[in-house]
Design a protein around this ligand. Structure first.
Ligand SMILES: Nc1ncnc2c1ncn2[C@@H]1O[C@H](COP(=O)(O)OP(=O)(O)OP(=O)(O)O)[C@@H](O)[C@H]1O
Ligand SMILES: [Mg+2]
Length: 318
């Protein structure tokens, strides 16, 4: 299977009054053709910043301080002209932003926004509207009403679904969805994920799902990347990560998910606070919260290494 995108040694810093915030620190991963991966981790672990970097759109004052993002066919993203990047977005790779319902243009009807995307990519407007209607149908969006509506006339959940449909409009090879179902109730959440899963099976498209709640996406991803304090601490097939996590942080994350059925007393919140990105320790960023820490964890940063088939972790104790 070929790679749709390859991220290598990516680092991103947000300068601040108190010093540089290392939001993403030297991370590498790939997304393969037709594969669906999940990026999980607590709030502030750097998930959205990675997503923005996949489109070279890290928000100001963020700065990519190292690394590379390479798309299929050896396209080096950071070397493309602005014009080439614009052509690339939507058609080859698209993103559904966290708080997607706020990213629709508030002053344009949905149909106009579809026509604008078509225009920008030299696609026939009528064909774009027809394709959008098809996608809306599969996502239980009433196209008769929604196409002529302004965003404020739609519910949060409906706007989120419209944003997802628009991300699929031009048939990209990769779609990145940042907390894609937070505005949806549990039933619509399951329905939208099922629809995306069907899209993937039909079209060999790749997905990156970003969430703080692994239980939401566990059924639709093949592989999981776990982030902590701007670093990848573990990757592996979803079955392994859920049933047999290796890194102490991942273990804590999995143990903190309340079971759908059964004994809630088994659920344990992760103790302690997320890593302080302004003041990362010399050793492992998770050490101060880790039940298994050893002396070495305080002085030496663990490097990510292979720990099993398709599985990696950054931990001295494993
Ligand atoms: N626009 C910004 N300006 C300054 N610092 C930022 C900005 N965006 C992110 N950061 C810093 O980068 C860190 C990582 O943020 P990011 O939004 O990537 O986290 P996240 O994992 O997506 O969190 P969440 O689950 O809350 O969405 C934050 O802790 C913050 O310190
Ligand atoms: Mg985020």
């Amino acid at each position: 299977m070929s790679d749709v995108v390859q991220v290598s040694r990516l680092s991103i810093v947000f300068p601040s009054d108190q010093g540089p915030v290392k939001a993403v620190d030297n991370i590498s991963f790939t997304v393969r053709e037709g594969e669906s991966i999940g990026i999980v981790g607590e709030s502030g672990s750097g998930k959205s910043t990675v997503a923005f970097a996949l489109f070279d759109s890290v928000p100001d004052p963020g700065e990519i301080t190292g690394g590379e993002v390479t798309y299929e066919g050896g396209v080096k993203l950071f070397e493309l002209s602005e014009e080439a990047k614009r052509r690339f977005y939507w058609s080859k790779a698209s993103m559904v932003f966290q708080a997607a319902q706020n990213t629709l243009n508030p002053i344009l009807r949905i149909s106009q926004q579809i026509e604008d995307i078509a225009d920008a990519h030299k696609m026939d407007k009528r064909a774009a509207l027809a394709r959008a209607t098809e996608l809306f149908d599969t996502m239980y969006i009433d196209s008769g009403r929604v196409l002529s509506a302004y965003p404020h006339e739609l519910s949060g959940g409906m706007k989120q679904r419209v944003s997802i449909a628009l991300a699929l409009l031009l048939g990209p090879r990769l779609v990145v969805l940042d907390e894609p179902t937070t505005a949806l109730d549990v039933i619509s959440q399951a329905a939208v994920l099922r629809i995306l899963d069907n899209v993937r099976r039909e079209s060999a498209i790749s997905f990156v799902f970003i969430t703080h709640d692994i239980s939401v996406i566990a059924h639709v991803v093949d592989r999981v990347i776990v982030m902590y304090g701007g670093k990848i601490v573990e990757t592996g097939p979803v079955e392994k990560i859920v049933a047999n996590p290796s890194h102490p942080y991942t273990r804590g994350l999995i143990a903190s998910i309340p079971p759908l059925v059964g004994d809630l007393s088994e659920t344990r919140a992760l103790p302690g606070q997320p890593a302080n990105l302004l003041n990362l320790p010399k050793g492992c960023a998770f050490a101060d919260r880790c039940e298994l820490k050893q002396q070495r964890c305080l002085t030496e940063m663990p490097q990510i290494r292979t720990i099993g088939p398709d599985a990696e972790a950054a931990c001295h104790v494993l």
